[in-house]
Ligand binder design. Structure first.
Ligand SMILES: [Zn+2]
Length: 283
């Protein structure tokens, strides 16, 4: 992929589908790339909304769960994606950034039969991540995961933007970075560290730079594995299985339940609640 004449050109050398947004602003020189989730269902719905006269927002790109990209605002024009925002001394990021929307429900609610979106749409447990948002609150909440094919397509798009505008991976930021307290997207289910590595062409083999808070590490001692649950109690659904010997970090504990995240390459991975009787100090 590459950017030509402010349009994204795909691997087939054709510009990707362009559906003009109802709103775009004055000329910009992109210095940042702001990642968002749509808090919606299919990407097509968001694309239609941004194109509709009544829309109150827009973005340059919308990436579907299947990895299809639609462009809605030319890269040299402002889109209405950031709102009231501030980053590194710059106010109003719309005038300085490209907005990339990923189709994703975002924050989920716990329904009687599992997890549902704010619109009441059921989300399969395999697509749910339990994690606390770094901007708070401290409690673990449920979020829709991003499909690898979607993340890869977004990374290719962002790599093309970085190449065209001479940006480094530090230019990739989240809406929750620039509008903390007001915005929570793309949220904890979006692995920003891994995404920056992917967009910068480092793949997943990048050296991890995550805090090594080794005192809170525990090892799973359960021959058949240990259930990871969405809440502290047997009544909460199982969202994963921690294998015997795997390493976790205890984020918080209210005996006998510990909120843990799996330690992967020294960094936090999937998280949830586990019974602490099967967690011991690492060997
Ligand atoms: Zn956003």
């Amino acid at each position: 992929m590459q950017i030509e004449n402010n349009r994204l050109v795909g691997a087939d050398n054709q510009p990707v589908r362009f559906v003009a947004a109802a709103h775009s602003g004055s000329a910009i020189v992109p210095r940042y790339i702001v990642m968002h989730y749509t808090a919606g269902g299919a990407a097509a719905g968001t694309v239609r909304y941004f194109a509709s006269p009544g829309a109150r927002a827009s973005a340059h790109f919308v990436v579907s769960r299947q990895g299809a990209i639609v462009q809605q605002v030319a890269c040299d024009r402002a889109a209405w994606h950031a709102g009231r925002s501030r980053w590194r001394g710059i106010d109003g990021l719309n005038a300085h950034s490209i907005g990339v929307e990923l189709a994703n429900w975002g924050l989920l609610q716990r329904g009687p039969d599992g997890f549902v979106s704010h619109a009441g749409v059921a989300v399969d447990r395999g697509r749910v991540a339990i994690a606390a948002h770094r901007n708070g609150p401290a409690e673990a909440l449920a979020w829709e995961r991003f499909a690898p094919v979607q993340v890869e397509a977004a990374a290719e798009l962002v790599a093309a933007l970085m190449a065209r505008y001479g940006l480094g991976e530090e230019a990739i930021i989240g809406h929750d970075d620039i509008a903390p307290g007001r915005k929570i997207d793309p949220g904890p289910a979006f692995d920003m560290r891994a995404f920056r590595g992917l967009a910068a062409g480092r793949g997943t083999s990048s050296p991890p730079d995550c805090p090594a808070d080794k005192d809170s590490y525990r090892q799973v001692r359960a021959a058949n594995g240990l259930n990871l649950r969405s809440g502290p109690g047997l009544q909460h659904p199982v969202i994963g299985l921690l294998s015997q010997g795997s390493l976790v970090r205890v984020v918080s504990e209210a005996a006998p339940w510990a909120f843990v995240t799996r330690v992967k390459e020294g960094c936090d991975g999937v998280s949830g609640f586990a019974h602490s009787a099967w967690l011991t100090a690492p060997a």
